[in-house]
Design a binder for this molecule. Structure first.
Ligand SMILES: [Zn+2]
Length: 165
């Protein structure tokens, strides 16, 4: 089990540090609401950078698979996460205006930045608003005549029928 990663964000970027590790999906509380289950692991790479204008940035890559809930059949929908974010670090001096002009994502500098929380933020932003299986791939589609005999629901329906009689 990995320990939560805490970095001093400005120092991390200034020194060009790099951190790569894994986050168990089960540890991401805010993400849990939109998940079918909390299985899986997200791998991340966080790199500190100074850009051409001497501004400190973080580059974050996240990869892995999470299990979303299909909005049509409510079944499990494996969703591959593959995102890369460039985040401008904002300290008190920089303010928010600069980031808006540059159309860059920004994050408040924090001497005790929680990297798992940062990963979670980016995954929350990247996930689809209404995730769905492709057409014809929903779990209800399995319930066709040829599969009905093998379905546990069919067995259950048969049982109910007997009880009624
Ligand atoms: Zn579905």
């Amino acid at each position: 089990m990995s320990a939560r990663a805490i970095i001093d964000s400005l120092d991390f970027a200034r020194s060009g540090k790099e951190l790569s590790d894994e986050v168990p999906v089960s540890e991401l509380e805010r993400l849990a609401d939109s998940l079918y289950d909390r299985s899986g692991i997200l791998r991340y790479v966080l790199v500190g950078q100074t850009d051409g204008r001497q501004r400190l940035r973080l580059r974050l890559k996240v990869e892995g698979t999470i299990s979303l809930r299909c909005q049509r059949c409510l079944g499990r929908l494996p969703y591959p996460v593959a995102l890369e974010s460039r985040l401008l670090l904002l300290d008190d001096k920089a303010g928010g205006e600069e980031a808006e002009i540059e159309d860059l994502d920004a994050v408040a500098a924090d001497p005790e930045m929680d990297v798992w929380s940062l990963v979670e933020d980016e995954v929350l932003l990247a996930q689809p608003i209404a995730p769905r299986h492709s057409e014809g791939e929903c779990e209800t589609a399995v319930d066709t005549a040829k599969d009905r005999a093998a379905s546990p629901f069919a067995a259950l329906a048969g049982l109910k029928h007997k009880q009624v009689n």
